[in-house]
Write a protein that binds this ligand. Structure first.
Ligand SMILES: CC(C)(COP(=O)(O)OP(=O)(O)OC[C@H]1O[C@@H](n2cnc3c(N)ncnc32)[C@H](O)[C@@H]1OP(=O)(O)O)[C@@H](O)C(=O)NCCC(=O)NCCS
Length: 186
């Protein structure tokens, strides 16, 4: 009999509370970061134009949580309760997932992305993920640094691989592919 592992819907780190999004979070996600052109420059999704776009993301994310052991997590400051950003796991197979992170402009440079990604690495290991990977634009040094700090290795450059709808729409860009290979722990 195979055991289907499920992520907890709340994960705590020293400074962050990571929680599965609720429908009622749409307004906060939209106004804190999903609408911000500085934040969305190097993400793979179009900056949200209205809260309806954010609701569309939340519906997609719900479907991921239904189908797979986990999906997105919102990152909240444990001290102030403020919404800081988001991270998560996008499963492609039971043993392969992609990760990413996005933080509100006023929370950059404080180690939050590194703390959140570290939690996604630990969670992935407990869920039986073998290959956890991430893609970032070749110019995005901060994101590459976060991945390196969390033990990801650079596999190479995928040339003209991905579109960045808020950066050069319609022109696929070179991306760095980083991965970490995990040993299962329970
Ligand atoms: C990229 C992002 C997640 C980083 O979040 P963060 O909380 O500031 O990251 P951390 O503080 O954990 O770490 C950032 C690291 O990058 C370094 N860094 C920042 N800007 C840099 C730059 N221009 N060049 C080189 N390193 C840089 C920081 O010094 C730090 O490394 P250090 O701890 O060794 O000093 C955040 O800027 C963000 O949300 N950007 C918008 C969304 C996005 O681009 N997401 C990633 C898509 S691939």
């Amino acid at each position: 009999m195979s055991i289907v592992l499920r992520a907890p819907e709340v994960v705590e780190t020293p400074r962050l509370l990571l929680r599965r999004p609720h429908a009622s979070d749409a307004g906060a996600i939209f106004s804190r970061y999903a609408v911000d052109p500085d934040v969305t420059r190097y993400v793979g999704w179009a900056a949200h134009k209205s809260v309806d776009d954010t609701r569309g993301f939340l519906a997609f994310d719900d479907s991921q949580w239904e189908k797979w052991p986990a999906g997105s997590f919102l990152c909240w400051a444990r001290d102030s309760g403020a919404l800081l950003g988001g991270t998560g796991l996008l499963f492609e197979t039971p043993q392969r997932a992609m990760t990413g992170y996005v933080f509100a402009r006023d929370s950059w440079g404080r180690g939050y992305a590194t703390e959140a990604l570290g939690a996604m690495v630990d969670l992935s290991r407990t869920l039986g993920v073998l290959r956890l990977y991430a893609l970032c634009h070749t110019d995005h040094r901060a994101s590459a640094r976060v991945l390196e700090k969390c033990g990801f290795s650079l596999e190479g450059t995928l040339r003209r691989y991905a579109e960045f709808p808020n950066f050069r729409p319609g022109e696929p860009q070179d991306v760095l592919c980083y991965s970490t290979i995990l040993e299962k722990s329970l």
